[in-house]
Design a protein around this ligand. Sequence first.
Ligand code: PRX
Length: 661
Amino acid sequence: MSEKVVDPSNLSIEDLLHEQRKFPPSKEFQSQANINDESIYELAAKDPETYWANWAKELKWSQPWSKVCEWTPPHAKWFLGGKLNASVNCLDRHVENGLGNKTAILWEGEPGDSRTLTYQQLLDEVSRFANGLRKLGIRKGDRIAVYMPMTPEAIIACLATARIGAVHSVVFGGFSAESLSDRIQDASAKLVITGDFGWRRGKKVLLKQAVDEAVVTCPTITNIVVLKRDQKITLADDQCYMVSGRDVWWHELVEGLDSVCEPEEMDSEDMLFTLYTSGTTGKPKGIVHTTGGYMTGVYATTKWVFDLKPDDVFWCTADVGWITGHSYIIYGPLSNAATIVVYEGAPDAPDKGRFWQIVEKYKVTIFYTAPTAIRAFMKWGESWPQKSDLSTLRLLGSVGEPINPEAWMWYHKYIGGEKIPIVDTWWQTETGAIMITPLPGLTTTKPGSATKSFPGISAEVLNEKGEKVEAGGGYVCITKPWPSMLRTIFNDDQRYVDTYWSKWNKETYFPGDGIKKDEEGYFWFLGRVDDVMNVAGHRIGTAEVESALVDHEVVAESAVVGKKHDIKGEAIVAFVIVKEGITPSEELLQELKQHVSKKIGPIARPEDILFTADLPKTRSGKIMRRLLRDVADGKALGDTTTLADPTVVESLRKKYEAIEE
Ligand code: PRX
């Protein structure tokens, strides 16, 4: 077990709860909402299996299940014996229902190019590409790495993979070649689907170049499919080199292929995808999601949490490289036949009004983003959203980290015009779908609180000993299995058991978040309680950054912590001991930041690095990260009595204050 950074049970409710504002749903919203009957909570809690089975029945199955749930703690199976295909549920059934001409994707590239795909067109493209994958020898169960720019093809790649029963492992395009390589190796992927480049703040991100570097150490890769991001732009060979026999252009692969592709019939428990996420050790975990339960969870939550209606235009601003993109760009909205907006680039390209121009242009009605983005918008000022017509918006969402009440209120006022509901949704890569959230037609919201469990989800607060906390601080836990839960960690079931099901007992899921429950039973998330940072809504393990640092030849030891940051929520601070004979310098500091960025990706680049001769350690040699966090946050130092040498931390603090000035 990793060292705890926060013990949330020490927090009294008074310490944290000063928020008094409440926002009940408006009568207009309530009356039209997909769910506005409070009794659903009780009904679902009484008989969760029937409740979830009713949701699953709204999907298309080629064979019904014979049993709803089999729970052999900590392993669950859902809808046993049922057969379905995720791409059929996202495409074919809508076309069969007469929605072929409905817009599925409204895509906007960063430079301003755009494309629209109807459900029929999306089905054709997916089928053609799925035939292409089959032509390359990809079969059911094979793993495919997807490392793509945010174009419709990123979605097509996932749905085509699902169509033929292969397993996608999407890797965020901002990750480095080495991170990509680690993930390909862990999953023994056969194929990489990538693009020659993608746009980010007016610059080309050279994806294929990174793939080439990555696959040098990936003997399982037989082919690389490359999307040409723009037919009018051809990169030079040193930026995108196609290796003959191994690399194939997407457009050449699909040329002349049939737009009909027989879907693979998948068992409910067949794997749909794996997605790597950071944990408390250096090695990322391949979270495994299966087909029937995952599809049920994302379908249900999209319909109720976002109150999705046929005419809505739904924009989730995440990248498909994260779970939010999987669940609320691809599988949740498309299984609900929604019209989605997909945007390739940065929110400030070419100017800070880009998101709002997109909302106006596509008449977005539901907008789902992260607190880190909201805090950036706040900093940029309300004049940017005020330049665009946001009157089509009817619901706002937040995800990825705790939203501070100030950011919530700004979102409510300047984006929502003080009229529309905000859903603050708590969940994880592991949970697959939203777990704790308001239901917009039912829940009175409080700024900063994710409110209550989704119907059918049993969340509670426990203290260190595993006792239930009725009101106060503790750890959030889930006490019953749910359909979209992770099934295991790819190739490492023991790690699955140890990480999530061993804190109290093997029937209780431990997500690793600190939480507090108020007298009205509302949940308030406090952040991670383990050595995982949340930087701009992205999970990064302290151990990952530490191992990237010690990989540099001059570094002897390092300790990494997250410090509070106004926009990113947390920023990375590294304390570094260099080897004998090395003199720390500004150049070395920059070189180390660059080294981490190259090893993991720019998202892991430390904000500050402090060279030090010592680290605060316990007498048994464990680094006391809690004290380093206090140093980084400029707080009074916590208990230092267990330190082997208490002077170390004080001198660190003085040094850190000096560089902060
Ligand atoms: O700490 C919680 C935080 O993000 C973690 C999950 O990260 P990831 O698997 O990358 O998924 C992010 C998108 C679902 C959680 O353990 N988190 C996510 N949403 C919230 C949140 N913390 C507070 N409030 C939220 N709404």
